[in-house]
Design a protein around this ligand. Structure first.
Ligand code: NDP
Ligand code: GDR
Length: 357
């Protein structure tokens, strides 16, 4: 009997970790994830796919660990013996990285190094190849050098988070070139979903739309509305991560939609979806400004399209509709049928997806 492929994920409890776990389980993998010990449950995004490990059908397993704890990372690697590792764990909030730079760098930069070192030793000792995916970010492009941004665009990081991701990026290239590791960098532009953390701007907005409609909130306080982002759908993006590790040669890829929109445009669609005018609800709060802002991100995913056969399946307006719908559903609110059709033509599929959140 052939053994199932085993994958190990850091950041399994996050947005991408949950979608990637679903995807890998569908592909027949046994999935292992590293979770942090917390005083309340932090596995909400995984509950729908979690099966008690005592059950012989279980294929999803969770292990306590932390990217700041190299000894435990090594022990988990020895126990799990994965053939693929996806490093998704991070203090991933750019604004927060200005408040907690040292912790952010420890987790994001040093955490990546700890994993790479563990893999190098394991592979050297056992001769077993472990393929490695590093969750890089468009934030590494930072201050605009060239648009659209592609794999060869110079980096100019503008936050502790982005500097730390850049360190992880270059160490991943280095371990590939120095030790022959099968290590890939995904340079992913913003990707969102109904599972997006509530303090990122897209989810903060769609959640507020639903809460305002439900009478639970009167205003939403935001920072800079002028920055532009290339926003895609998270479910599409985790597929790209997997595709990178299935290629003959390791490489680095930009994953993006190739379109960019401002926060104002996101607000137009999200509030417009329920016939509200955002100008009546949005207030400015300087606490959400960053000491240095990334003004414009727009990616060129040509390489991923050509070499991985990857492309996004959800448009910007569909994404906004999907997120608003899911937040409405969470509060037990529904729109009359066809209400969102203007912005989300494929509303049936979107409703189906929102229902699985
Ligand atoms: P989330 O913030 O939703 O999830 C982050 C995950 O990392 C959570 O599982 C979190 O655990 C875990 N984590 C945080 N600190 C540690 C630590 N010290 N040790 C181990 N795990 C830790 O991020 P996303 O799912 O959105 O993103 C996944 C990865 O992709 C991140 O590395 C992010 O920086 C990167 N990225 C994301 C993009 C996006 O648009 N979403 C774009 C480009 C890159 P817990 O649940 O306990 O907090
Ligand atoms: P970003 O996402 O910084 O691009 O990082 P975020 O949603 O936090 O900010 C996007 C833009 O919105 C502006 N903004 C606000 N942002 C937040 N969070 N809250 C606000 O109230 C607010 N008001 C305006 C920001 O200034 C910014 O310009 C995300 C994260 O997922 C990273 O981990 C990832 O690497 C990058 O995307 C690609």
């Amino acid at each position: 009997m052939t053994q199932r492929k085993r994958a190990l994920l850091t950041g399994i409890t996050g947005q991408d970790g949950s979608y990637l776990s679903e995807f890998l389980l569908e592909q027949g993998y046994e999935v292992h994830g590293i979770i942090r010990r917390t005083s309340t449950f932090n596995t909400d995004r995984l509950d729908h796919i979690y099966v008690d490990p005592h059950n012989p059908t279980a294929r999803l397993f969770l292990h306590y660990g932390d990217l700041t704890d190299g000894v435990t990372l090594r022990r988990i690697l020895e126990e799990v013996k994965p053939v693929e590792i996806y490093n998704l764990g991070a203090q991933s909030h750019v604004r927060v990285s200005f408040d907690s730079p040292e912790y952010t760098v420890d987790t994001v930069a040093m955490g990546t190094l700890r994993l790479l070192e563990a893999i190098r030793d394991y592979q050297h000792r056992t001769g077993i190849e472990v393929r490695f995916y590093q969750a890089g970010s468009s934030e590494m492009f930072g201050k605009v050098q060239e648009v659209p941004q592609k794999e060869t665009t110079p980096f100019y990081p503008r936050s502790p988070y982005a500097c730390a991701k850049l360190y992880g990026h270059w160490q991943t290239v280095n371990y590939r070139e120095s030790y022959g590791l099968f290590a890939c960098n995904g340079i992913l532009f913003n990707h969102e979903s109904p599972r997006r953390g509530e303090t990122f701007v897209t989810r903060k907005i769609t959640r507020a739309v639903a809460r305002i409609l439900a009478g639970k909130q009167k205003k939403i306080y935001l920072g800079n509305l002028d920055s532009k982002r290339d926003w895609g759908y998270a479910k599409d993006y985790v597929r790209a991560m997997w595709l990178m590790l299935q290629q003959e040669q390791p490489d680095d890829y930009v994953i993006a939609t190739g379109e960019t929109y401002s926060i104002r445009e996101f607000l137009d669609l999200a509030f417009g979806y329920v016939n509200l005018d955002w100008h009546d609800y949005v207030e400015f709060d300087e606490r959400y400004l960053r000491p240095a802002e990334v003004e414009l991100l727009i990616g060129d995913p040509s390489k991923a399209k050509e070499k991985l056969g990857w492309q996004p399946s959800v448009t910007f307006s569909e994404l906004v509709g999907l997120m608003v719908e899911a937040d409405l559903q969470r509060l037990g609110l529904t729109l009359p049928d066809g209400k969102g059709a203007k912005f989300a033509p494929d509303i049936a599929t979107i409703r189906q997806d929102a229902a699985t959140v």
